[in-house]
Design a protein around this ligand. Structure first.
Ligand code: HPA
Length: 247
């Protein structure tokens, strides 16, 4: 079964045939909300709204461990993350869909591993490729089938939030090699790897990052909302094609 973690702008899926909702308690506390189990294009799927159904959890307050643990607990083996980002270079323009291939983690103070109890042996995971290559490929194939253009590859910079970045911070991220900036891929991607779940992401470029684009002095939240509401239909379309194509 695959899981979808929906971000800002994707708190429900209207192409999801809901079978039931399930409240899951975990050793790490409560997930962002109940899980929605159902079917898309005949495939079993579990959906979770990352920020909660009322968008109540800011990126640094999300219980990533509980979310990932709960998805595994109900039988998910792969996770597709949907998350909005800011685009740093012109190519990553508002409205673009991006399948990132790398991450740089700038977050701090988040509970970012399952292995920290006194009784847990220290465990390191390989994280050379933070997004599972085979799952990325299937997503890209699904997007092609759906006729939705996607950008194959981006370095995702994960910032702490909840504020957006300064223009100088974006300059620094660009010097580091980043292409898009968001606040939620970490520790989510690493936790999925720790539990042996495949993980890939569809990023929706909601805005040009700070100091970029036409309005370089300010980011408009109205524009972000407009872009997201126009683009999420395309994301749903890709997810439906992903489900329909199977493995
Ligand atoms: N920065 C960080 N996260 C984001 C942005 C941004 O500009 N846009 C959407 N998520």
């Amino acid at each position: 079964m695959f899981a979808i973690i929906g971000g800002t702008g994707l708190t429900s899926l209207n192409n999801l045939e809901i079978v039931h909702r399930q409240v899951v308690r975990t050793p790490y506390g409560d997930p962002s909300g109940p899980l929605t189990l159902g079917r898309i294009a005949g495939q079993d799927v579990v959906f979770l709204a990352r920020h909660g159904y009322g968008h109540t959890y800011a990126p640094h307050r999300i219980n990533y461990r509980a979310n990932v643990w709960a998805l595994k607990h109900v039988g998910a083996s792969e996770v597709i993350s949907v998350a909005s980002v800011g685009g740093i270079q012109e190519r990553y323009a508002p409205g673009a869909l991006v399948i990132p291939h790398q991450i740089i983690d700038y977050t701090w103070g988040r509970a970012s591993t399952f292995f920290e109890g006194e009784e847990d042996p220290v465990t390191h995971i390989d994280f050379t490729l933070p997004f599972t290559p085979a799952l990325r490929e299937r997503l890209i194939r699904a997007a092609r089938r759906a006729g939705e253009p996607v950008i194959d590859g981006a370095v995702y910079a994960c910032t702490q939030g909840p504020r957006l970045e300064t223009a100088a911070e974006i300059d620094r991220l660009e010097r580091d090699g980043a292409n898009v900036v968001g606040m939620t891929a970490m520790p989510e991607a690493a936790l999925a790897r720790e539990l042996g779940l495949a993980y890939a992401a569809i990023n929706v470029v909601a805005n040009y990052a700070a100091g970029r684009g036409a309005d370089a002095n300010e980011i408009s939240f109205t524009e972000i909302e407009e872009t997201l509401s126009e683009t999420m239909a395309r994301v749903r379309h890709v997810l439906e094609a992903f489900a329909a194509q199977g493995e």
